[in-house]
Design a protein around this ligand. Structure first.
Ligand SMILES: [Zn+2]
Length: 203
């Protein structure tokens, strides 16, 4: 079975949100359209408590973009975003969620961030997605969403570690490009890990 996994299509990651991914809103129509091509559609949400360690505001004297050590691993600090049960954490209003079988939440623990939809950044805790796919014998996954150079990339790398046939729908993603070249480097890393990059027209 093929599964479509739509990553973090949430208000805070769209233009006007707290941590906007440039042109992130442009993928909503495609997310709605592509769902019809898949038997199984899953989605993820970045879902932080207000005191989350990835928020610059929770570290006096720090600002977004600074790097700190958080519980033993390096953490880039971000603006406050995707706080549980707030509008910013909700899916985009135009995003059709009627066919989504399950939503996986990540970044729920204060002391560790989670870019990947499978594991937190230290691989200490699972989101449940790996087990969910295994129980349903899903071997082929297609990812789209935000942001290409963070949550999509780390999800793809973990998926490859788990042995999943992993395809990235390039026109279904947008990147943050915090540093120039991040998107190209992310694509290289995903390809090196054995993922396939394709366009929605190929589906
Ligand atoms: Zn986050």
């Amino acid at each position: 079975m093929n599964a479509l996994i739509i990553v973090d299509l949430q208000n805070d990651f769209l233009p006007g949100g707290a941590l906007p991914v440039p042109h992130g809103d442009e993928i909503i129509a495609l997310a709605n359209k592509l769902q019809r091509k898949f038997e199984l559609v899953l989605a993820t949400k970045d879902w932080h408590p207000p005191d989350h360690g990835s928020f610059a505001a929770n570290h006096p004297g720090k600002k977004p973009g600074d790097r700190i050590m958080l519980d033993g691993i390096e953490q880039i600090l971000w603006p406050v975003h995707c706080v549980q049960n707030t509008y910013g954490a909700e899916f985009a209003p135009a995003f059709d969620t009627s066919r989504i079988a399950h939503v996986f939440h990540k970044g729920v623990e204060r002391s560790i961030d989670s870019y990947s939809t499978f594991f937190d950044n230290a691989h200490r805790r699972e989101t449940g997605l790996a087990d969910y796919l295994k129980k349903r014998s899903v071997k082929n996954i297609y990812l789209m969403g935000l942001a290409l150079d963070y949550c999509v990339k780390y999800s793809v790398l973990d998926a490859r570690h788990l042995g999943l046939n992993t395809r990235v729908i390039l026109d279904g993603c947008r990147g943050i490009e915090l540093e120039h070249g991040d998107i190209d480097r992310a694509l290289d890393e995903m390809i090196q890990a054995g993922a396939t990059i394709l366009k929605s027209a190929d589906l």
